[in-house]
Structures are given as structure tokens and as C-alpha cells.
Design a protein. Structure first.
Ligand code: FES
Length: 149
């Protein structure tokens, strides 16, 4: 773990202005921002830990809790909602055994919602690891999940 923070510092230098890029690298390497790493970064960069936490909690892309290997985003924006997004979300929650915002105990999946992905014509839309799946129905959820299990 220590090594990773050192790798990031080696890449960006001791430059507090690069903090967001550093956190992005840390997030993608570990799928979350471990507290010990944030403390180490704060100490090396000479910036308050609270400042790093403010950034970490401001951007939705960052997580302070471990995330699953696959991130599933269900659009619950208006267009997707009227086309049945909540039934798709229900089905995913049922199959994964976690509520929206949660991560499965095997750390394989995180289930999240988003308010509009800008692809309303394809609604309801589910995005798994940046891959868009449009015109979803609850009956298609099982087949979709098979690709990631
Ligand atoms: S409301 Fe779902 S993509 Fe716009």
C-alpha cells in the first residue's frame, strides 16, 4: 500500500496542485481511497488531511469505502424512470442482495444510481464498468449479469 502512494508521488512529484489526479490514480488502483494512504499523501504534500477529505467527498468518482470489482450504475432520471428503471433497480438489488449504494460481500459488485446519463432515448439505461446497456427490462438483468459473474 505504501508503495502505491510512493509510485504516485514519483509520477506527479511533490505537487499539491496535482492532488485530484493523484486521488484518481489511487482510486483506480485500489477501487477506493484508504485512510492510511490519504494520511500519507497529506504528510508528503504538506497539506491538511481535511483538504484531501473535502475533495474525496466532493467528487462522486471517489469513494472512501472499498468498491466492487464491477460498478453497476442504474439511471433513475426522469426518462428512465418512466420507462421502468425502478423495476430494473429492484431486480438488481434482489439478484445481488445489496441495496443501491452497496457493495456485495464478495466485493464483486457495487450497485449505484445516477440521475441522468444523457442517453435518455436508450432508457432505461444500465451502465456496467462504463459500458452502456439500453432498453433494459427486468427480464434482461440476469443475462446482463452473466457477463460479469
Ligand atoms: S434519464 Fe436516464 S439517461 Fe437520461
Amino acid at each position: 500500500m505504501e508503495t502505491k502512494v510512493k509510485d504516485i508521488i514519483a509520477k506527479y512529484g511533490v505537487d499539491p496542485a496535482q492532488i485530484i489526479a493523484m486521488l484518481q490514480d489511487l482510486q483506480s488502483a485500489k477501487r477506493y481511497l484508504p485512510e492510511e494512504d490519504l494520511r500519507e499523501l497529506a504528510a508528503i504534500l504538506g497539506i491538511p488531511l481535511a483538504h484531501i477529505y473535502r475533495i474525496a467527498t466532493f467528487f462522486k468518482a471517489f469513494s472512501l469505502e472499498p468498491k466492487g470489482e464491477h460498478i453497476i450504475n442504474v439511471c433513475v432520471g426522469t426518462a428512465c424512470h418512466v420507462r421502468g428503471a425502478s423495476r430494473i433497480l429492484d431486480e438488481l438489488e434482489r439478484q445481488l442482495g445489496v441495496a443501491s449504494g452497496g457493495t456485495t460481500s464478495d466485493q464483486k459488485f457495487s450497485l449505484e444510481t445516477v440521475n441522468c446519463l444523457g442517453a435518455c432515448a436508450l432508457g432505461p439505461v444500465v451502465v456496467v464498468d462504463q459500458e452502456y446497456h439500453g432498453d433494459m427490462t427486468p427480464g434482461q438483468v440476469d443475462k446482463l449479469m452473466e457477463n460479469y459473474r
